[in-house]
Design a protein around this ligand. Sequence first.
Ligand code: GAR
Length: 219
Amino acid sequence: MTKIGVLISGSGSNLQSIIDAVKAGSIDGEIVLVISNDEKAYGLTRAAQFGIPTKVIKHKEYTQRQAFDQELLRVLQESSVELVVLAGFMRVLGASFLAAFPDRVINIHPAILPSFPGTHGQGQAFTYGVKLAGCTVHFVDEKVDHGPIIIQAAVPVLANDDEDCLAARILRCEHKIFPRALALYCAGKLRVENRKVFISGIDEALLEDQFLISCPALS
Ligand code: GAR
């Protein structure tokens, strides 16, 4: 069973989806620690409700980014964490942190990468005027929102959407693909080769002829 450490900065709805999947037995893992860089993050309450240990490490208390990373690393290693999950964690992790967890840090981003990396991916996509938006679960490497992609999902952008309504539709999708990606990781089904992620033991036959088109046909 994989020991999972989850890093959050906010509401923690993705954390909740992971907690639910662990409880349902679909992820062969255990969340041993939730860390937030913001003591007001509601995700801390969610974790506590399920008896998961929590810790606040405030980035603002560190003048050097590396010192913040080192403290995160120390605390995660103290809990024997094997997989680090970034669930709405709004800090960039540096090279020395990532070197301690090679191919063992997974992030969710609210856009179809490599489009719209960085903050407010949903807002960037909305403003750009894309017809399909979505989300990406990926391994973290040294460049922001750049590592090997595990799962992506697309949702349509509708005429009456505003940014919040689109973000909510994307978030519902995040809650589906994030636990699914973690389940694959914990089942040992992911292999990274030349920055491509290969997934073993799944039936892709159904996907072959699938399309998501952003406009229905004229009736
Ligand atoms: C999610 O939409 C997640 O994709 C995004 O923050 C939100 C956190 O929501 N993450 C990023 O933008 C990372 N660059 P949550 O706290 O309810 O899970």
